[in-house]
Every structure is written in C-alpha cells, then in structure tokens.
Ligand binder design. Structure first.
Ligand code: FAD
Length: 265
C-alpha cells in the first residue's frame, strides 16, 4: 500500500519523532511505500488568507469557501496545497500524527486541513439539493481509502475514560475522526493513543513501540469505526437527523452516529 503520514511536531528528537520513525520503519519493512509530510520542517503556512488565491482581484471581497472553490476548479490553488492534495490522492492510507495540545491538534495541522481540504476537493462535492446533501460522511473524493490518528497525551488513560475529567477520548477526537476524516470519505480506523507520556522512560516506551508496530502491521485489516453513512438511509434529508429508533441501545451524543450492530447505513 501507499501511506502518507502527516507529522505535526516541532522537534524531530521528540517522542513523537521517535514514534514516527518506528511507524515508518515498520511500514517499510512490510513492503509499503511511505511518504511523510513534516509540517514544521516544511514551514507549512497554516493560515488561510488572500495570499492563497493569487487570482482573486485585489478589490474583491475575500470569501474563503468561494475563493477556494473557484481556485480548485481553475487548478489555481497554490503549489504547496496542490502537492498535499496530490499526496492524498496517491495514498491508500493517511495517518495524522500529533501531540494532543489543548484537547485538539496543533494549529499547524489544523491549518494544513483548512488549506488542503479545498472546496470541490474535500467539501462541496457531489449534488447539493434537498434530496442529496453532498457526497460526504462516507462518500467523497477520498472514499475507499483508510485513515487514522496517531496521538500522544500528557493525561492518563483514566482521565480520558467514560467518566474521566477530560471527557472520553473518542468524543474529543470525534471532530477530527468524523468531521475531518470521515467527511471526505475515508474509512476511519480506531486511533492509536499513547497516554501519560510526559515522563516516559525506556521501560514504558517499549510497550508503546510494540503496540504501534502491531497497528502498522494491521492497517489493511483493522475494522474501521462503524460511522453511519450520510446517504445510507439512516438520516432524514435535508434535516440530517438520525431517524428515530436507529440509535444503539442507550446511545446519545456523538455515539448516536455509530452503528455497532451494522444493520443499516
Ligand atoms: P517529548 O516531550 O518529546 O517526550 C516525552 C517523554 O518521552 C520524555 O520523558 C522523553 O524523555 C521520552 N522519550 C522521548 N523519546 C523517547 C525514546 N525514543 N525512548 C524513550 N523515551 C523517549 N496533554 C493532554 O493530555 N491534553 C492536552 O490538552 C494537552 N495540551 C497541551 C498543550 C500544549 C501547548 C503542550 C505543549 C502540551 C499539552 N499536553 C496536553 C501535553 C502533550 O500532549 C504532551 O507533552 C505530548 O503528547 C508529549 O509528546 P512529545 O512528543 O512532545 O514528547
């Protein structure tokens, strides 16, 4: 397979750097082709602004989504964005790797999403009408590919458990897994999370490395998170609410959008 790892840590000698090297080496050992986008090393520009759209007339009001759609259609996005889109189209599997910073991804990675996920590429795809609300959430440009998160946290696993003070990790990562990866079509694999890493020593590092190698060996076979497809019949259109009675027993909140029974959608 072809694998793209997008790496968002400023220090190559960090724990994240060591985990990246382990993941890449394991994937290459398995015969996969791997490319890495190292956002800090590449000095990735994270903010969306007018400079992204050189063909926008100087006196025109800047509307980010419209400018994005027009530039994508005209093949006029900037070279750095087009290069990343090309990598996404090339890769069978996308891995986003980052330390959890303020319960989310570092700004540089969010800026990668904001700029690379252009209108017409990652959103605004397919028919948009009262009968079909776009090709998204299970359909879209990146359908048929797999994606997963590789995350490190300072907090303990219990802090991110169902009753943990930080909130469940699956809830915190839902906006990324569902809103950023599932949205343009990826099958989203359960995240790899290394908890309580700030005072890690060699003895604690080894089991994490072992678990990561195992996840890299099973990328093709791991079952995706069973999100419901928007256009699979589970949602009323156009209000996009889950049809009554479909929820797993006792499910609420983000978990409503999981179909663990696999009966529809
Ligand atoms: P490093 O600091 O590089 O390393 C961590 C430990 O691993 C060190 O003890 C290091 O010696 C050891 N180590 C590194 N490489 C190896 C190796 N090869 N072998 C053995 N040991 C090694 N945490 C949360 O839980 N929630 C948050 O919301 C949150 N927000 C944050 C916001 C900011 C701005 C920052 C800076 C931190 C935040 N943190 C949060 C903590 C953060 O998630 C962790 O600091 C981060 O995940 C650690 O990853 P790192 O790669 O930077 O580790």
């Amino acid at each position: 397979m072809k694998i793209l790892l997008v790496f968002a840590h400023p220090e190559p000698r960090s724990l994240n750097g060591a985990l990246r090297d382990i993941a890449v080496a394991e994937l290459q050992n398995q015969g996969h082709e791997v490319r890495v986008s190292d956002l800090y090393a590449d000095r990735w520009k994270s903010e969306v602004d007018r400079a992204d759209f050189p063909s926008l007339p100087p006196d025109a009001r800047f509307k980010p989504a419209a400018a994005s759609g027009e530039a994508f259609a005209a093949d006029a996005l900037t070279g750095d964005v087009r290069a990343e889109q090309g990598k996404l189209l090339w890769a069978d599997v996308l891995i986003l790797q980052f330390p959890l910073w303020w319960y989310g991804m570092p700004a540089i990675l969010k800026g990668w999403v904001d700029r690379v996920y252009a209108y017409g590429f990652a959103y605004g795809v397919g028919e948009h009408s009262d009968r079909h609300w776009g090709d998204r959430f299970g359909e879209g440009t990146l359908a048929g590919k797999r994606a997963m998160l590789l995350v490190t946290t300072g907090g303990w696993e219990t802090h991110y458990s169902a009753r943990g003070i930080n909130g469940p990790i699956d809830d915190l990562l839902f906006p990324i897994n569902h809103g950023i990866l599932y949205y343009p079509g990826y099958d989203v694999l359960p995240p790899f999370v290394a908890y309580r890493v700030d005072r890690l020593d060699q003895a604690a590092f080894e089991p994490i490395a072992k678990r990561l190698r195992e996840r890299m060996r099973t990328l093709a076979t791991t079952s995706p998170i069973p999100y419901r497809r928007q256009n699979g019949g589970d949602y009323l259109i156009p209000n996009l609410q889950l049809r009554p009675g479909l929820e797993d027993f006792g499910a609420s909140g983000f978990a409503l959008h999981l179909n663990r029974a696999g009966t529809a959608g």
